[in-house]
Ligand binder design. Sequence first.
Ligand code: RIB
Length: 309
Amino acid sequence: MGVSIVVVGSANVDMVAKTPRLPMPGETVIGTHFTIACGGKGANQAVAAARLGAKVWFVGRVGDDMFGEMLKRSLNEAGVDTTFLKKDSEAHTGVAQIYVAQGGENCIVVVLGANGRVCAQDIETAEEKIKASDCLILQLELPDEAVETAFELAKRHGVRVVFNPAPARQFKLELLNLCDVVTPNEKEAEQITGIAISNLDEAMKAASAFLDLGSKAAVLTLGEQGAVLATHEGVEHIPAFKVEAIDATAAGDAFTAALAVRLCEGAQLKDAVTFANAAGALATTKLGAQPSLPFREEVDRLISETLGG
Ligand code: RIB
């Protein structure tokens, strides 16, 4: 059996419209394609980690509705254990409206629904599982109370935390002291560190700033430019894999999950980032969040075809 990972996070059903370009405020554009797919940062990370070979438990909430069923099925089909996925009859399942432009750039509006009702008690119910796991993965698409409780439990039991501070929003910066690795994208890194990022040097500075804020390591994702890894030993740029990108949705989720899986398997951070870059790149080659998340063989193949070995 693979490494064991608990993901505390959100689950959404995504309404995805493919469009020649993203609309301006007040503008209507005619899209070219529509699909409904399972998503949500937390659920995406859980499915991605399971497809990459980990044994995964997902902690979160969906509504008692058709979308909730759809998400549970998708998690289970990937092999994710949903014992701690609560069906909430007081709220609808989380939904996301996503526009994907030619070239893969997107913009997203999430209505949290049941995700917004995940509470400390939901997380405490999974304490024994968190305690026994190799890693806890967290994001920010849940209420602060839930995120903070998860951090506290990980700290109490000495469990490794990989934190994806997405979507960009205010949170207690002290939580970064409890992070083994933090995985922001450019926008999130800018918001958290206050450093504007328009080139690689600035990305490296921002990545280092996360160490000053308390994280043991930071991996700043840069889309088609790859990632920057900062540790107390130094800062380095790790280039991306070249693929035909059509939709960036969930690429960051695939990245975070892949990084966590390889770290739990005992890889060095740099190797784990290379593996995560490959998983993130592959996730951009298909439309939709969970349908795009790669399996282990695909990631291993891309790495060996590109880098050899
Ligand atoms: O990271 C991508 C995800 O963000 C989408 O699946 C959407 O549901 C939002 O949570």
